[in-house]
Design a protein around this ligand. Sequence first.
Ligand code: SF4
Ligand code: SF4
Length: 396
Amino acid sequence: MPEPGRGLRDLGTPRPGVDERDMVFSRALLVPGTERYEEYYRARPQCREKDEIFRKEPGLLAPGTAYFHPLGFAAAHAAFWAVEKLRPFVEGEGDGGRAAPLELLREATPGMSGEAAPEGWARVPSDPGEVTSFLKAWALKLGAHSVGVTVLREYHLYTHVGRGSDYGKPVELGHTHALALTVEMDRQMVDRAPGSPTVMESARQYLSSGVMAVQLADTIRRLGYRARAHIDGSYRVICPLVAKDAGLGEIGRMGLLMTPRLGPRVRIAVVTTDLPLVPDVPVRDLTVIDFCLRCRKCADACPSRAIPLGDPEEDEKGVLRWKVDAEGCFTLWAKLGTDCARCMAVCPYSHPDTLLHNLVRWGIRKNALFRRMAVWMDDLVYGRCPSLKPQPAWMR
Ligand code: SF4
Ligand code: SF4
């Protein structure tokens, strides 16, 4: 068991075998009275009682919830609707159409015929480093805050699909690499957690990251390789685990990716592919784990007490981690109507990406004593349980 300051230690390596059908978001979609519902709870009777608790609440973005805001909820619904419209494009067609680039060039180039492409036109770089650099730079240009690449590992994948028309099918991607990207959640909107601005911002960033991932996947397919975008509601991979191995951050107490400059204040999308990319060599920052051992601010501020206050513990697979009570968290969402995000708002790593806060982050990375002081300073300046902020003026 890691102890604060007793040398920096990693938590466990995740194990494969996570079924998306067991995720609380998938369970929330089960409709009582249907065969799928009955079948699920026959197989997992231990989940039925907990799930009936959140089913009694109005639900995410529903009227009658504590933070119902007709305009804000309509805006969030609209963004989630747009994400849904993206889902048919996450996979593209067939095998990726290895001949597509030449075909497209022939259509687009007057007078071009035959098998040979004009000099320089159909050249897909054979250097994986060149393609990787291009895709990462393009992701940043599209608006990503950070981007990284990893070899795809078995524990990144769900075993079975838990949402959509492929529900229950085994996940078989046949891909070798993954590109993960993060997008920033606006600080002013997240600061209003758990009010309606947070869910509007979540929806906006799921859409924004989804648009980027779909474009990147399509770009890869146009190079003649297979690629799939993993966006909200259409995941085959566990995005935070992929992002961590791509060097974008660590997994902290609240179970979210903790990025070096924005902490958990990000959303993630992933593209998996059989295009051979060059993986990043992650520079691990175990001071995040050490800081989380001392801080506990998210656990103190969590209205549903879903985040453990204690040390990480072994889960059912024997992996050391902080296990968040997903049902407790989701039940609160269903009461509030928003995705809460109070933990994200109060986390000291979520502060703005400014010189002052980056100096503090640097100190946290460099010195154990500073880490202890930083917890105290953050409480002093922002409060241990910061008071809830009102809606922005334009939403009142
Ligand atoms: S609030 Fe503190 S304990 Fe929670 S994730 Fe952030 S740094 Fe870790
Ligand atoms: S989203 Fe809210 S309820 Fe869920 S873990 Fe974070 S603070 Fe707790």
